[in-house]
Design a protein around this ligand. Structure first.
Ligand code: ATP
Ligand code: MN
Length: 480
């Protein structure tokens, strides 16, 4: 007999029919001679209730605990009890794997997110994490769908890179050398000539530079892959290993890149609203409960659905750095010295407290794009503006998240690119291939990086980024 997935069972067409379902027991309740079992197989947030007459297989009843995996053969009927429309009366139950209730960490009660993080191998089996990872899947599917329908080519850029131009110091070294045998060069630095690649290699911090090469032939490309940063920031928005989506578009300028990011985000969020209703509804209830324990000023101003729709219903706010700087400089918290970092000198980078102020206070929870940052706080490859002081960069800020996208029009002019590399002490020799693209048939182009987990955070409302990736990698933590 073929198994029916639980998400498909809730259907009038199965009424009175014999079916087989399999799953993990979430909860068992006994009343008189009947056991009621809530079963879940991960296909939906909804459990199916199994009604098991105790005299059918009295010997296995004690084995059916929270966490036990079973297959049930029975008939779908209309439920008379409150809380569910359908249930299954069992003809027989097969135990697939027991879960000793004295040892199984998950119990039918609310566990803290911290506890579940320590049991990341099992947390998939909770309502919350089931919902999160189905939504994470839906978002990644939506993103691929979006780019495919827009004519983009999906490119896989290397995970091991030989260039350390970006984020030096933030990179994870890749080596097969035995540490104790590290040979030193005359100047004391490590000799990598005997290493696997014959040179120093690292895990990628971004696929952008390689994606640019592809875009300068294929036109429109995107990457969607793992990214590694050895930044020692223990925040709720940083992982050492995260996934990034990086489109690059030839023949485009900054405003087209901004429009692309807005369109992509709105498409993906709308996709989840339309296709993950049950999971969103569950997470919304969860957040409301969590909020009810918080102080008024710390609560979310909108429920989850409303927040997501709010993102869809308005144009993203677009301001340039100068405007953002003036708003912040003249803001109440700045004048009253409530900011940790006071905004006084043009040229400073904004901190998360400033981003939060702009998005939440100044622009009422609408996403905000800030453009044309001072060149000194941005990367060498961003296009120099005519004022010679700013570059054609953009950061997209989301409420409750902060920066979710960072992008730019790229510097396509050879001599200016070279000047900027010298200015910012970027090794030209290593990036000979990058420079080549400006020597041969250069064109205006641009792109951005979208942090996938930050998007999942926004859509699920989870406050810690460690709860939206299956097995988080953070400083001092690489369990599983
Ligand atoms: P932040 O200032 O928040 O550290 P960044 O300026 O270092 O971000 P970029 O280098 O522009 O970020 O990377 C592009 C996007 O990747 C960011 O907008 C963000 O969404 C995401 N991102 C960056 N670093 C991390 C990280 N450590 N963990 C998860 N996502 C990240
Ligand atoms: Mn960073």
């Amino acid at each position: 007999m073929i198994r029916t997935e639980i998400k498909n069972v809730f259907d009038i067409k199965f009424l009175g029919k014999k079916i087989k379902i399999s799953g993990w027991v979430r909860f068992k309740r006994q009343s008189k001679n009947v056991s009621f079992i809530n079963l879940n197989d991960g296909s939906t947030i909804n459990n199916i209730q199994i009604v098991l007459n105790e005299d059918i297989q009295p010997d296995i009843l004690d084995l059916i605990n929270t966490g036990t995996s079973i297959s049930v053969y029975g008939t779908l009927i209309k439920s008379e009890g409150a809380g569910q429309e359908f249930e299954v009366t069992a003809k027989s139950v097969e135990i697939l794997g027991v879960a000793d209730s004295n040892q199984y960490p998950l119990q039918p009660k609310r566990h803290s997110l911290d506890f579940l993080r320590e049991n990341a191998h099992l947390r998939f089996r909770t309502n919350t994490f089931g919902a999160i990872f189905r939504i994470r899947h839906a978002l990644s599917f939506a993103i691929h769908n979006f780019f495919n329908s827009e004519g983009f080519v999906y490119i896989n850029t290397p995970i091991i890179t030989g260039s350390d131009c970006e984020g030096a110091g933030e990179m994870f070294n890749v080596t097969t050398l035995n540490k104790s045998k590290f040979a030193k060069n005359q100047n004391g630095s490590i000799d990598y000539s005997n290493d696997f690649f014959g040179k120093e290699t690292n895990l990628t911090v971004s696929g952008q530079l390689e994606a640019e090469m592809a875009s300068l032939a294929l036109g429109k490309v995107y990457t969607f892959g793992p990214t590694f940063r050895a930044e020692n920031s223990n925040t709720s928005r940083h992982l050492a290993e995260f996934w990034m989506i990086e489109p690059e578009v030839a023949f485009s300028d900054l405003s087209q890149i901004i429009d692309l990011s807005e369109k992509l985000l709105k498409y993906s969020i709308n996709y989840v609203l339309e296709n993950c209703k049950n999971d969103i509804f569950f997470l919304e209830k969860r957040l409301l409960e969590e909020d009810s324990k918080k102080k008024k000023e710390e609560r979310n101003p909108m429920n989850l659905t409303k927040k997501l729709k709010h993102t869809l219903n308005f144009d993203f706010i677009k301001i340039n750095y100068d405007e953002a700087f003036m708003i912040l400089k003249n803001s109440k918290p700045n004048k009253k010295k409530k900011f940790k970092f006071i905004i006084d000198q043009w040229g400073v980078d904004f901190q998360s407290e400033h981003e939060k102020y702009l998005v939440e206070k100044e622009f009422n929870y609408k996403p905000v794009v800030i453009t044309n940052y001072p060149k000194d706080i941005k990367a060498f490859y961003m296009r120099l503006n005519n004022d010679l002081k700013t570059v054609a960069a953009m950061d997209l800020l989301f409420p409750g998240i902060g920066e979710i996208v960072g992008g730019a029009q790229r510097e396509e002019r050879l001599h200016i690119l070279k000047n900027r590399m010298t200015e910012m002490k970027v090794n030209e020799k290593e990036l000979w291939w990058y420079i080549d693209s400006r020597r041969f048939g250069t064109v205006p182009h641009g792109g951005f990086g979208l942090g996938f987990e930050r998007l999942v955070q926004y859509v699920t409302g989870m406050s810690n980024i460690r709860d939206v990736i299956p097995f988080p990698r953070t400083p001092q933590n690489a369990e599983f």
